[in-house]
Design a protein around this ligand. Sequence first.
Ligand SMILES: Cc1cc2nc3c(=O)[nH]c(=O)nc-3n(C[C@H](O)[C@H](O)[C@H](O)COP(=O)(O)O)c2cc1C
Length: 155
Amino acid sequence: MRAKRTSLVHIIYFSRLNLSADPAKRSEQIAEIGRVAQKKNEFSVITSFMIVEGNFACQVIEGERSSVHETFDRVSADQRHRDVQINEWREIAKREFVHSFKSAQRNTANDGLFAKANLLPMLQRGTPKATAIHGLCLALQNDAMSRQGIDHLFI
Ligand SMILES: Cc1cc2nc3c(=O)[nH]c(=O)nc-3n(C[C@H](O)[C@H](O)[C@H](O)COP(=O)(O)O)c2cc1C
């Protein structure tokens, strides 16, 4: 018999980034967030995907209830962003993200997916839907996976 699973939850939030206006510095700051987040999330068995769109960050964090709680407490206190708002915090049947931490910004290869989701106006109004953030995170993950030829694992 399969072992009983611990309870899995996800949090979806968005925030305004407090990062440098200089593109090179900003990329380095985002990379630095990722380096630490990846290690910490691996340790806490968290899986996560973050979108950087304009001056906003949106992130899905999934894992065991107390780990997600602890991680979000830390993330929401971080001075590198502000106005952190939770869109959705609920139990999930299974994980949907593969990596402990991945982030994506608009680029020429994924521009179509960002354009289709059209998150920026919703973020500017302060009313992004959790399904829109979640959908774009999944679409970006699937896109990256299929570029690596491993999309058959995620049908
Ligand atoms: C937008 C954003 C997303 C972040 N995502 C994560 C994350 O998924 N996991 C994590 O451990 N830290 C994340 N961090 C970093 C944490 O806020 C924190 O700096 C880091 O976990 C180290 O915490 P400590 O200095 O208290 O050990 C994020 C920070 C920002 C600004």
